[in-house]
Write a new protein. Structure first.
Length: 123
C-alpha cells in the first residue's frame, strides 16, 4: 500500500476512534449532568478540532513529507463522511454556516499533519 494512503487511513481511523470515545464521554456528561445547548455546541466543536489535529499529526508523522497534503486529505475524508451521513440520515445538504466549520476542520488536520511531519522518528 502506498505510504501516503496508509498514513491517511491511520489518520482517519484515529479520528474516528477518538470521535467515538469522546462521543461516549459527552453522552455520559449529558446523561448524568446538566449541560446546556450552547455549552454542548462549543464543547463538541473544540473536541472535533483537537481530534482532527491529532489525526493529522498521526498521518503526518507516518508520511514524513508533504504534511499539508496528508492533512488536507485526512480532513477532506472526514468532511466528506460528515456530508454523506448528513445527506443520507437527515436528508439535508450543507447549510451556509457549516462551510466555515468544514474549513476549520480542514485547517486543523492540515496544521496537525504539518506538525507531525516535523516530529522525528528517532531521537
Amino acid at each position: 500500500m502506498n505510504e501516503r494512503l496508509r498514513a491517511i487511513t491511520f489518520g482517519v481511523a484515529a479520528v474516528v476512534i477518538f470521535m467515538l470515545l469522546t462521543s461516549l464521554v459527552i453522552a455520559l456528561f449529558i446523561y448524568f449532568g446538566d449541560v446546556t445547548n450552547s455549552t454542548l455546541r462549543w464543547t463538541t466543536f473544540i473536541t472535533s478540532v483537537l481530534i482532527l489535529m491529532v489525526g493529522g499529526l498521526i498521518g503526518g508523522k507516518m508520511t514524513m513529507d508533504k504534511g499539508w497534503m496528508t492533512g488536507v486529505l485526512i480532513g477532506a475524508v472526514y468532511v466528506f463522511g460528515i456530508l454523506i451521513y448528513q445527506f443520507l440520515a437527515n436528508d439535508q445538504w450543507v447549510h451556509h454556516n457549516q462551510t466555515l466549520y468544514f474549513a476549520i476542520f480542514l485547517l486543523a488536520s492540515t496544521i496537525g499533519s504539518m506538525v507531525g511531519v516535523n516530529f522525528r522518528k528517532t531521537a
